[in-house]
Design a protein around this ligand. Structure first.
Ligand SMILES: [Zn+2]
Length: 293
């Protein structure tokens, strides 16, 4: 795959959205996926400072500061709070006690801690050092590193990757890993910025979610459906939500939670949460040989 090729459908007919941080931003005219060109795969980056820039947006220099910044999303109405609540609401209809759960890119560990309180057995994996701070502070299990084949020798009943797909210059690789680690009867939850919504339609490359090289992949409903089908997943649920209020919400004296509800009612939310499950494994039934009379 090169940067003039769509990482979802491999199409080469691209529309320019502009540039951001020196990276060209394209939209594929075939599957509508939006992506930043010329971004390296995180697993190919050996320089530690550059790796950190790729996974943190250079927002915080040290792990403690990054952990504290991530924790700000846990406040009522915050992004991490909302994403976690939507997943927990969906789980209410399922028997998830004692089930094994893998949370990829677990950040501040908020989802892990909430799952643990519900009797789930969660494991997190996080390439940033703040994951180990989360493990200590929230008393959860977090592996330090990037997920690869062979990181774990078991399958999980559930896999989640909240706000991880937008960091992948080749999202196909991550989706294949999710399929690899998910049991055939399992369910996965993914959240990511949604590019076929009002803000990106208006702002294009100036959309706040476009932060290459950190955020470099932006799905639409169509491009996500394309990728999910390619990897062998059925989409069970697809929810659009708002997590950043709207312009001027603070001056109106609103709380973030209330501002987000108004955003949801107006359908201006630029985030998506999906639940997916593996398509049934292909059944290769052998027909009995014709009986000899
Ligand atoms: Zn495409």
């Amino acid at each position: 795959m090169n940067s003039s090729q769509c990482p979802v459908c491999f199409g080469a007919r691209l529309k320019e959205w502009g540039t951001k941080n020196g990276y060209p931003i394209y939209q594929c005219t075939e599957c509508t996926h939006v992506f930043a060109g010329e971004v390296k795969l995180a697993s190919n980056i050996e320089d530690e400072a550059e790796f950190r820039r790729h996974i943190t947006n250079g927002a915080a220099d040290d792990d403690q500061a990054q952990y504290e910044q991530l924790c700000r999303g846990e406040r009522e109405g915050g992004h991490v709070f909302l994403t976690t609540r939507m997943i927990l609401d969906d789980l209410q209809r399922q028997q998830c006690e004692n089930k094994e759960w893998l949370d990829i890119g677990c950040g501040s560990g908020y989802l892990l801690a909430n799952l643990q309180r519900r009797g789930v057995k969660p494991t997190g994996i996080e390439p940033g050092g703040w994951g180990q701070i989360a493990a200590r502070e929230k008393k959860v299990q977090v592996v330090h590193g990037l997920l690869e084949l062979g990181t774990f020798s078991k399958k999980f009943d559930y896999v989640s990757a909240t706000d991880v797909l937008e960091h992948q210059s080749d999202p196909y690789v991550l989706m294949k890993l999710i399929r690899h680690y998910l049991a055939d009867t399992g369910r996965a939850y993914l959240s990511f910025p949604l590019a076929d919504t009002f803000r990106p339609w208006l702002m294009r490359a100036r959309w706040a979610m476009v932060i290459p090289p950190t955020h470099c992949s932006f799905f639409t409903r169509k491009s996500f459906a394309r990728l999910a089908a390619k990897v062998g997943f059925r989409i069970e649920k697809f929810a659009q939500y708002n997590s950043t209020g709207f312009r001027g919400w603070g001056r109106l004296g609103l709380r973030l939670a209330a501002a987000n509800k108004i955003g949801d009612a107006l359908r201006i939310g630029d985030q998506g949460l999906v639940a997916i499950s593996p398509l049934a494994p292909r059944c290769d039934v052998k027909l009995p040989a014709a009986a000899d009379d």
